[in-house]
Design a protein around this ligand. Structure first.
Ligand code: AMP
Length: 450
């Protein structure tokens, strides 16, 4: 007998099952099967689940099913998320679930900074049932008396680890201090240690905790390449590897260098666009829409701008600049190989970064060699389609390893080493041309990074 429950077995309403079916979703994922029945019963639920696990429906289905029409300024549910993009994305998912039952008059809005607050206040006055918000803007709305917190019956902390990493915990604590006692709390996070554990202990009432390992099949769907590169050759290498991909997401450390990278790709003939925190919200949304529709081939982004993005059919992620740590590596890489599709992740490694890369590889159980590729190798353009570059293996020196600590964590299984011999060559087309405003997106120069 098939042991996988159906959405109906979990207690999901007919109208939501219809909405899911319209989205092509027929069978609950592991976190959904575990969390939905308990959430529908009103229990506090804690899920160790990262993006890609289906966690948005795990909390979204109960929220929409239990939501009621709201009185002015008194929403019944709140979802706190770390970024504007995630706020919009979650709002759209919830909206798609609610639309098959318009009689319930469940209104869902996303509130985040960078857009006029007056419109958000007007919406709250009309009555919003489910508010999806970033912490800063929500505090602003509370401060203006635009939202009563003691009407909240359900609160979701989504991507709690990212909220902690991004320094939002004091804001989250303040928000939670405004909420009345009698409410249900759900928390979803890729990790449940450190500050997230503090949140859980402080604000949850006997939560049922579910840990969903990153699915092995997903790991198998993701293939990794670590390419050794010097700073002058990075842009040329990027042009090559993104050329053969239908849609790539490129992570760059700072806003300024993201702008240069996007400009260089654009001048090299790619449909490249830029997504950084310096770009106005309305322009960001346009950029994301074009990318999601497949009108843009390469999106160059900083970490903050790209957090939580769920873009289906993204075939290549490039770590143009190395991520800070293994968590950032997992989050960035996880933008590809989603929802059963394959994906390729390419990491650029400069000489002084080998040590940090080895540490990340060890922590994640990745064992692919670092390759010294030849920029003229035609296989580079096929990397997103599964071709292996002709390359020499970078010989790891003792000093590269000296501070790389070992760890047991090995969730990401290793892959075959598809290496054949070849030669390495440096040089290439780094362009240091001026940083004009790119793609018409207005870019205020605020803080220098992200
Ligand atoms: P999430 O982890 O919520 O970011 O979801 C990741 C992706 O998985 C989204 O594109 C969802 O549409 C998709 N998804 C979520 N639940 C299911 C499911 N039960 N069956 C198939 N796809 C799903």
């Amino acid at each position: 007998m098939d042991s996988t429950p159906s959405f109906a077995d979990l207690g999901v309403s007919e109208s939501i099952i219809r909405a899911l079916s319209q989205l092509g979703i027929e069978t609950p994922s592991e976190i959904q099967a575990a969390a939905i029945p308990e959430a529908l019963e009103g229990k506090d639920v804690c899920g160790k689940a990262s993006t890609g696990s289906g966690k948005t429906f795990a909390f979204g289905i109960p929220l929409v099913q239990l939501a009621k029409r709201s009185k002015p300024l008194a929403p019944n549910s709140l979802v706190l998320v770390p970024t504007r993009e995630l706020a919009l994305q979650v709002r759209n998912v919830l909206f798609s679930l609610a639309q098959t039952d318009p009689s319930k008059k469940v209104w869902i809005e996303a509130f985040y900074g960078g857009v006029p607050i007056d419109r958000q206040i007007r919406a709250l006055r009309k009555g919003v049932s489910i508010v999806v918000a970033t912490p800063g803007r929500l505090l602003d709305l509370i401060g203006r008396g635009a939202m009563y917190m003691n009407s909240l019956e359900r609160i979701v902390l989504d991507e709690a680890d990212l909220m902690a990493d991004m320094g939002f915990l004091p804001d989250v604590e303040e928000i939670l201090s405004h909420v009345g006692n009698d409410h249900q709390t759900m928390l979803f996070s890729a990790t449940l240690d450190g500050y997230v554990d503090v949140l859980r202990k402080r604000h949850m009432n006997n939560p049922v905790t579910h840990e969903v390992a990153q699915k092995d099949d997903r790991t198998e769907l993701m293939s990794h390449h670590f390419l050794y590169v010097d700073s002058r050759s990075k842009n040329a290498l990027l042009s090559k590897v993104t050329k053969g991909a239908e849609r790539s997401l490129v992570f760059v450390r700072t806003r300024d260098s993201a702008e240069v990278v996007a400009q260089t790709l654009y001048e090299d003939g790619a449909d490249a666009e830029l997504l950084t925190g310096a770009i106005k919200q309305s322009a960001r949304e346009r950029v994301l829409r074009r990318f999601a529709q497949g009108k843009t081939q390469v999106l160059v982004a900083t970490d903050v701008a790209a957090r939580g993005l769920d873009i289906s059919g993204l075939d290549l992620v490039v770590h143009y600049d190395m991520p800070d740590d293994e968590k950032a590596f997992v989050h960035r890489s996880g933008r590809t190989a989603r929802a059963g599709k394959t994906g390729v992740v390419v990491t650029f490694v400069q000489g002084n970064q080998v040590r940090s890369l080895l540490r990340i590889q060890e922590l994640l159980g990745l064992s692919q060699p670092i390759l010294k590729v030849d920029l003229d190798d035609p296989a580079l353009a096929g990397i997103a389609q599964g071709e292996q570059p002709n390359a020499q293996e970078y010989k790891v020196h003792t000093q590269d390893r000296s501070r790389s600590t070992s760890s047991s964590g090995s969730r990401w299984s290793s892959q075959k080493r598809g290496v054949s011999s070849g030669s390495s060559r440096s040089g290439g087309g780094y362009s240091s041309r001026g940083r004009q405003s790119f793609d018409g997106a207005s870019q205020s120069k605020r803080r220098s990074s992200y």
